[in-house]
Design a protein around this ligand. Structure first.
Ligand code: ZN
Length: 144
């Protein structure tokens, strides 16, 4: 495996996000406010509605799915790193509807918090700077 760096756990912060906030923007804002440049995120809760992305590997474009319904956030996993000098959050989310059916994808702006308990593991070490990757068409951590 290449491009793997050793990092140290610095601290863990936990808290609840505001009802009605945009989930991705709220987490990104929190990282900027707290000066978090490297970290791993996990969370759970519920969303008033959601917008998730699916990356089409052929067209190298995101397609967005709008879920205009109340949903459980059954899992939220993401990371914090740096792009263009500022903290950027990359997160994926699993959501379940009233019948327990699950949806999942790349967390996009437009996912609105009903309730969300969040944990951010703040890490210390070389911060990977996201760069455009020719092979995938995505902004990704570099491989040395
Ligand atoms: Zn993604």
């Amino acid at each position: 495996m290449t491009g793997m760096n050793k990092v140290e756990r610095k601290e863990r912060i936990i808290g609840r996000l505001r009802h009605g906030a945009d989930l991705l923007e709220e987490i990104t804002g929190l990282c900027k406010q707290k000066g978090i440049r490297l970290g791993w995120i996990s969370g759970l809760g519920a969303a008033q509605k959601a917008r998730i992305g699916y990356y089409d590997q052929n067209s190298k474009q995101y397609e967005y799915i709008e879920l205009d319904q109340h949903l459980e956030i059954t899992n939220l996993t993401g990371n914090v790193s740096i792009r263009d000098g500022a903290p950027v959050v990359h997160a994926h989310i699993n959501l379940a509807d009233s019948s327990g059916r699950a949806y999942g994808g790349h967390l996009a702006p437009g996912t609105i918090v009903f309730a969300c308990e969040l944990s951010i593991e703040v890490l210390d070490g070389a911060v990977p700077e996201k760069k455009f990757d020719q092979e995938t068409g995505l902004a990704l951590w570099p491989i040395e």
